[in-house]
Write a protein that binds this ligand. Structure first.
Ligand code: ATP
Ligand code: MG
Ligand code: MG
Length: 547
């Protein structure tokens, strides 16, 4: 494994604890309940919760539910489930930003009284004109000169529901000439006549993100408020608000967000894929969502290891999904029991094996771990092998079946292919083979060398299963950077569904991950039933990650 990129935030915290600037570590993970969590959120979760664990502090799970219209309680349960699945726990510390609406309102009134906020009737577009460009001072909105009494009165009327949406906003009075446009009298409260899932119709004014977030952090005693780089330019506002309010001041620290190749990460885009049925829901195994990855069979540990390896830095970059897959294989290779399945079946008849007979072979569940034992695999006269394990005009170095060649049927017998039966179009539809009855278990009594080993499944004892072969959702590395509409860039071959034959043991444990030998890692889909088993390919065997 390459060296992890490190974590500059932990260096800052070490210094804060050493200097006495902080005596404890309190972080928070603040999702807005307007979508499902994705692998980008996993980076933030691992950082927020991981940091609290490292410093023996605490991490709050806080639902940032200040926008009444975009949010849905459906997402709340899903988010909790995903955080737990990733391996983290908030304990007692579950919070709702909306629980602080009263306090936020009082803080807003306080700012007005201090002459630090005013009511403004400019529309969003009109204000943009006033705000201007960073290199030139902006223009002062007329409302800036209103008296404190008048502002208090107007704000009260905003709260009482006397105005329509958009008629007024409350602005922080900061600096219309600041080179940072976020400091040019940003809106901190807006009118929105909408029911809120938590507070119902109690409010028709709602705080803007920049006003709300720092207050939430402050009320909860967060010490280090970790967020993504796009908030760096908002930090002066975060600090300004808390300073003016003389409230407890957490430290905001920004880090680079996670971007991953062959996918998109924006909730808006993911929602569009779901709504337009371009994928089969948020938990479609091709989605970069945590529920999608879980359904696909990614172990949570692999995601955590991946997040540790990419580290926490200040530089935006695009992480290679092959690295994530490398960590998935790393865990599964060690943990996943081995099974046999045939995904592109070709029938084989063992002509010297009795028709009625079934014998079972005990095959190891894992090649390097005897402790996990064996499972029994039924062997019968009729078997299936992969079509690709037979070749008519095979070169010498081809170690699988061709007429006259002997190969090992994994764990069972050495078998020689004698004849290939073809249909009217000349396609091979069946092989006739004979086994060496003395080679039980797969080794020749006379010590002759048989190099090729192939997997097989009993045609009569094996079970038919629907198998989803998943590939990358997008056909290009960085769909977000392309000019074309991202929906045009989907990989048309991201899902291939085949009917395979699997050994009976492979469908006995729902949710279990296993390796189909020579094929890849698979898991049983949540929609699988005894009648119609459904399997998902988690990842193929070949690692394309270049260390
Ligand atoms: P989107 O921009 O897709 O709507 P968001 O960032 O607004 O998503 P939130 O629910 O607000 O989604 O995110 C919760 C936390 O997760 C935030 O602190 C945010 O910084 C972090 N986060 C979101 N996406 C990423 C990412 N790609 N990499 C790292 N952290 C992320
Ligand atoms: Mg957000
Ligand atoms: Mg965002």
């Amino acid at each position: 494994m390459s060296t992890p990129a490190g974590n500059f935030i932990h260096d800052i915290i070490d210094a804060d604890l050493e200097s006495g600037k902080r005596s404890e570590v309190v972080t928070r993970f603040p999702p807005e309940p307007n979508g499902y969590l994705h692998i980008g959120h996993a980076k933030a979760i691992c950082l927020d919760f991981g940091t609290a664990l490292k410093y023996n502090g605490r991490c709050h799970l806080r639902f940032d539910d200040t926008n009444p219209t975009a949010e849905d309680t459906e997402y709340v349960e899903a988010i909790k489930e995903d955080v737990h699945w990733l391996g983290f726990d908030w304990g007692e510390h579950l919070y709702w930003a909306s629980d602080y609406f009263e306090q936020m309102y009082e803080y807003a009134v306080q700012l007005i009284k201090q002459g630090k906020a005013y009511v403004c009737d400019l529309s969003v577009d009109a204000f943009k004109e006033y705000r201007g460009i960073p290199t030139e001072p902006g223009k002062e909105p007329e409302g800036r000169q209103r008296s404190i009494e008048e502002n208090l009165e107007l704000f009260e009327k905003m709260k009482a529901g006397e105005f329509a949406d958009g008629a007024y906003v409350l602005r922080a009075r900061i600096d219309m000439a600041s080179p940072n446009l976020h400091m040019r009298d940003p809106a901190i409260y807006r009118i929105k006549h909408a029911s809120h899932h938590n507070t119902g119709d109690q409010w028709c004014i709602y705080p803007m993100y920049d006003f709300a977030h720092c207050i939430e952090d402050s009320i909860e005693g967060v010490t280090h408020s970790l967020c993504t780089l796009e908030f760096e330019v908002h930090r002066p506002l975060y600090d300004w608000i808390l300073k003016e309010l003389e409230a407890y001041q957490p430290q905001q620290i920004e880090f680079a967000r996670l971007n991953l190749t062959y996918t998109v990460m924006s909730k808006r885009k993911l929602l569009e894929l779901v709504q337009k049925n371009l994928v089969n829901g948020w938990d479609d195994p091709r989605m970069p969502t945590l529920c999608g990855m879980r359904r696909r069979g990614y172990p949570a540990q692999a995601i955590r290891n991946f997040c540790t390896e990419i580290g926490i830095t200040k530089t935006e970059s695009l992480s290679d999904v092959a690295l994530l897959e490398h960590h998935v294989r790393d865990i599964l290779n060690e943990k996943a029991p081995r099974r046999m399945a045939v995904l592109d079946p070709l029938k084989v008849v063992i002509t010297n094996y009795p028709e009625e007979q079934t014998e079972t072979f005990d095959l190891p569940n894992h090649p390097n771990n005897e402790e996990v034992g064996t499972r029994s695999v039924p062997f019968t006269r009729e078997l299936f092998i992969e079509k690709s394990d037979y070749l008519e005009d095979a070169p010498n170095k081809y170690k699988r079946f061709t007429i006259g060649r002997e190969v090992r049927l994994r764990g069972a017998y050495l078998a020689t292919c004698n004849e290939a039966i073809k249909d009217a179009d000349g396609n091979v539809i069946e092989l006739r083979c004979t086994i060496d009855p003395e080679s039980k278990g797969g080794s020749a009594p006379d010590g002759r060398k048989v190099k090729g080993t192939i997997h097989w499944v009993s045609a009569t004892e094996g079970v038919e299963a629907t198998v989803h072969l998943y590939d990358r959702l997008f056909g290009c590395e960085n769909p977000a950077a392309e000019e074309a509409d991202f929906k045009e860039l989907l990989n048309p071959e991201s899902l291939q569904t085949v009917t395979g034959i699997v050994e009976p043991e492979a469908i006995s444990q729902p949710g279990e991950a296993f390796q189909f030998e020579r094929i890849g890692y698979f898991c049983i889909d949540k929609d699988s039933t005894a009648d119609v088993p459904v399997l998902n390919r988690t990842v193929g065997l070949r690692d394309s990650w270049n260390k």
